[in-house]
Design a protein around this ligand. Structure first.
Ligand SMILES: Nc1nc2c(c(=O)[nH]1)N[C@H]1C(S)=C(S)[C@@H](COP(=O)(O)O)O[C@H]1N2
Ligand SMILES: [Mo]
Length: 528
């Protein structure tokens, strides 16, 4: 251990605070930019609040009242600052030890984020891990740079101690100036990052406040309650209705568009008799209907999980089109999002009895920002890229000949009916299962036509029908369950479904591009 003078230790503590402060704030900035619901600091705070004994929470609420959150954040900042200062001192005394300490804090932050988002990584994917990792990485790099500079200064100053005053101020002075300049730059960068982060979070707070004032309208036509026979009593089976936080998210938006509901407008343009412009209050006043619809991504591989089922609340698209008056000749609606994304949907699918809707509600809540707040399209039976425009701002009535949508210019088909498909979710492929009866379960879908049968084939043998739950509707997926007696050894099990018209799922193996994957989902089981 090398002995350091008191001022050196104070400088090292400051280095620690600046390094960790900058790292955390920069990570907050990136998280805030990506999505209003991503934040390592909030996740760590939330986890702390979760694990603190109830007595302490009661005491905090009693002593600080409604400012308890504010004081909690101040307290958290203090604890982080003290730990960061200690890490700085440690790094000065023992090279790399401080960095390891910061790395450990980062790891704890990562665990807190994981604990908070348990099971819901699906929504924002790996993005939730970005914030703690980035914070740790930036803090470590900056701490290393600053402490190395500090060391350089102390080393020169120390080695020159025996020389006379005049000859030692020169190099030591240079090193000192370099160090101070680094400290100054870091402080400025930290302050700037803090300002930008505060600005982003401020506008998001305004969005949150405006959002909280909104009330999800009542459905004029509510969805019928789900029959008990639609939900199989099978442990671990995919839930029939996908919770919003677990709903797959696919879009081209790097940063989730955060739309202030007070500024939002929906326009109907193009081949119409009367253009329409409508604000959110007007939209929410329209007669709403509620439907369970299973939407899917064209990029979903056979057996994949880019599919989800929700109870959507919305206004039928055909109603707004009728108000606008569609001119003869039109055959497509080009929907546009606030971020420029467009989808081309056949006019037919927007106006027929399938109930395409401008959705504002998802499973009883306003749309989450990630899923298109304040309004998006939901068109039963079509893949998302040709129908499910989120952050919807415009419906242009047009023709396939005149307009081309975002993905149609990028090698994907411009008509996108969802291919009927099925999936084995239980057990996971590659599982070892004990000898005796093996229970399997999964999902099947054939939107617009419904599923009439699900069948399994073991090791290429005959197709055997399995138990099929009742469907919520033709537009939703259906759960299935089976019990197989398998011999010891390795087995391949495949699944297929039959739709409501008797059409058997296609065995032709196709990749997602250009119009959706096909083929049978197969799993391997080791029975022993
Ligand atoms: N604005 C916008 N809307 C979009 C997309 C997009 O990239 N931008 N992607 C579409 C695609 S490809 C799919 S599969 C669905 C996914 O909807 P979800 O993220 O709510 O599951 O949204 C559609 N709507
Ligand atoms: Mo998609």
């Amino acid at each position: 251990m090398n002995k350091q003078s008191k001022p050196a230790l104070l400088w090292a503590a400051l280095c620690g605070v600046l390094a960790v402060g900058f790292g955390l704030l920069a990570a907050e900035l990136v998280a805030g930019f990506l999505s209003p619901s991503l934040s390592a600091v909030t996740a760590v705070g939330g986890t702390v609040i979760d694990v603190v004994p109830p007595g302490v929470k009661d005491w905090a609420i009693a002593s600080f009242g409604t400012s308890d959150k504010f004081f909690f954040l101040i307290g958290m900042a203090l604890v982080i600052a003290i730990l960061a200062a200690l890490a700085g001192i440690l790094e000065l005394k023992r090279k790399s030890w401080g960095l390891v300490a910061v790395g450990i804090f980062g790891l704890l932050g990562l665990l807190a984020v994981l604990a908070r988002s348990a099971g819901s990584l699906a929504g924002n994917g790996v993005l939730v891990l970005v914030s703690p990792l980035l914070a740790a990485a930036l803090s470590i790099v900056l701490l290393r740079v600053l402490i190395n500079r500090l060391r350089g200064w102390r080393a020169v100053a120390g080695s020159l101690q025996n020389l006379d005053e005049a000859s030692r101020t020169q190099p030591a002075g240079q090193e000192r100036r370099l160090f101070l300049r680094n400290i100054g730059l870091s402080a400025a960068a930290t302050a700037l990052t803090a300002l930008v982060t505060a600005a982003i979070r401020g506008s998001q707070a305004a969005y949150q406040a405006a959002r909280e004032k909104l009330k999800l309208p009542m459905a004029q036509q509510a969805a019928a309650p789900i029959s008990a026979n639609a939900q199989l009593a099978l442990n671990g089976i995919t839930s029939l209705v996908t919770p919003n936080k677990q709903f797959y998210r696919i879009d081209t938006a790097l940063a989730v568009p955060v739309i202030n509901p007070n500024d939002w407008q929906l326009k109907v343009t193009g081949l119409v008799d009367r253009e329409i412009s409508m604000n959110l209050a007007e939209l929410l006043n329209q007669p709403m209907q509620e439907r369970y619809v299973t939407i899917a991504c064209v990029s979903n591989e056979v057996g994949g999980d880019l599919i989800g089922n929700a109870r959507w609340l919305g206004w039928p698209v055909r109603e707004i089109l009728a108000k606008a008056g569609v001119k003869p000749g039109a055959d497509m609606v080009l929907s546009r999002s606030s971020d420029g994304f467009t989808a081309s949907t056949p006019l037919q699918a927007m106006t027929d009895q399938r109930d395409a809707m401008i959705a504002v509600g998802m499973n009883g809540e306003l749309l989450p920002a990630e899923h298109g707040f304040p309004a998006r399209l939901i068109v039963p039976g079509l893949y998302g890229f040709v129908s499910a425009t989120k952050w919807l701002t415009e419906l242009k009535v047009t023709t396939f000949a005149a307009d081309v949508a975002y993905w149609s210019t990028r090698g994907w088909s411009d008509h996108g009916p969802i291919k009927q498909s099925s999936r084995i979710d239980l057990p996971r492929s590659g599982s070892a299962v004990p000898a005796g009866p093996t229970v399997l379960g999964g999902m099947a879908w054939a939107q617009q036509r419904g599923v009439s049968k699900v069948e399994l084939s073991v090791d290429g043998g005959d197709w055997q029908p399995v138990k099929l739950a009742s469907a919520i509707s033709k537009d939703t997926w259906v759960q299935w369950q089976a019990e197989l007696m398998l011999d010891r050894g390795e087995h391949q099990v495949r699944v297929r479904c039959v739709d409501g018209l008797g059409e058997v799922q296609s065995s032709e193996v196709a990749p997602p591009a250009p119009d959706g994957s096909s083929g049978y989902h197969q799993i391997t089981l080791r029975v022993g």
